[in-house]
Design a protein around this ligand. Structure first.
Ligand code: A2P
Length: 335
């Protein structure tokens, strides 16, 4: 069996470190790993796969040696600059940033939803936004069966989605509160995230939506190949360390039986249904954290429309929302 080489760009970040964790769990036919980050981390030692790896600074020549694959998780600006360089040297890039997601030449892939798109790549494959990935794992089987007419997304997103600095803001807020002391400078958010919910993820656009909301809307339309699908979204950062939760309201063209719909979700790939409200059983962040599945519960009819439902959908945003989704794309290409 062929052995591949893989570059991990942004290896020191939260998603990068989760990529290393997931790679350690999977036994992929990769014989050579190279870890890249910014100049700040150059020379840093990271222990991975029972070996010590020296982190290299990313630069224009980093891809001269011709890796088979690269996974980028170092922000949009880094991807915009370096992913095309990597692709031009024959490396297939799986990019976690939003830089290329809406590019019509770049497939936007959730392996449970549209794996067939992978082969249309021209050197770059985009990983969708974390909130989009978990929503679509849950919605795709329902769209196939009942044809989605409209979606309303409301998200409750963990601070790990904002990287190391987002986690530091919550950590510092908790420490400050517990010790009743210690002023601290916010590193990521415009307000303290501890004891707060911030209806503000990414920048605000002229139309009043945040960029995160726009990403969920546009990426859903692209992946489902429904450019005119009616979708609206409110995305909120909450003081949770890891795993995003979403309340999703969906209206269908066709009617359904709620037991059949629940059964469909139970038997769909990548989904774990926890839906027993009478025993206080529903998906929680603690269930999803560490897992690659999307957890679905609170499955109930929306009685305000002819054919609609409400769902509560929870997933590990660092794993299924980023690292694991990217590695599942990689697996489809090499196994
Ligand atoms: P570094 O740790 O050297 O700054 P997070 O989103 O968790 O904060 O992580 C961001 C990741 O992206 C880190 O690994 C960071 O490296 C990396 N990164 C940021 N800017 C660059 C850059 N210009 N070139 C390469 N890696 C970068």
């Amino acid at each position: 069996m062929k052995e591949y080489s893989l570059a991990i760009v942004g290896a020191t970040g939260l998603v990068g470190r989760t990529i290393l964790e997931v790679l350690e769990e999977k036994k992929l036919p990769i014989s050579k790993y190279t870890l890249f980050a910014s100049s700040k981390s150059a020379g840093k030692i990271m222990h991975f796969m029972d070996s010590d790896y020296v982190v290299k600074e990313l630069n224009e020549n980093s891809f001269d040696e011709g890796f088979d694959f690269a996974i980028f998780s170092a922000g949009g600006d880094t991807s915009k600059k370096y992913a095309p360089i990597a692709a031009s040297k024959g490396t297939i890039v799986i990019d976690n940033s939003s830089a290329f997601r809406m590019d019509s030449n770049v497939p936007l892939v959730v392996p449970e939803v549209n794996p067939e798109e992978i082969e249309n790549n021209k050197g770059i494959i985009a990983n969708p936004n974390c909130s989009t990935i978990q929503a679509l794992v849950a919605l795709k089987p329902l769209d196939t069966a009942y044809t989605i007419k409209r979606i309303v997304y409301s998200t409750y997103q963990a601070v790990s989605g904002a990287g190391n600095k987002g986690v530091a803001d919550l950590d510092n807020g908790i420490f400050n509160y517990s010790n009743k002391c210690c002023d601290y400078a916010l590193q990521k958010f415009p307000y303290p995230i501890f004891n707060n919910c911030l209806p503000h993820i990414d920048v605000f656009l002229d139309n009043g939506y945040s960029k995160e909301e726009e990403k969920m809307i546009n990426e859903t339309r692209k992946i489902l190949k429904k450019p005119d699908l009616k979708i609206t979204a409110t995305t909120v950062r909450v003081p949770v360390f890891n795993s995003h939760s979403e309340a999703i309201n969906v209206e269908f063209e066709k009617d359904f039986k709620i037991e059949e719909l629940r059964d469909l979700l139970i038997h769909s790939s990548g989904i774990t249904v926890i839906d027993d409200p009478s025993n206080n059983k529903y998906p929680l962040c603690k269930d999803a954290t560490g897992s690659d599945n999307v957890y679905v519960g609170r499955i109930r009819r929306d009685y305000s429309v002819d054919s609609g439902i409400n769902l509560w959908v929870v997933a590990d945003n660092l794993r299924k929302g980023a690292a694991s989704n990217a590695i599942q794309i990689l697996e489809k290409m090499i196994i």
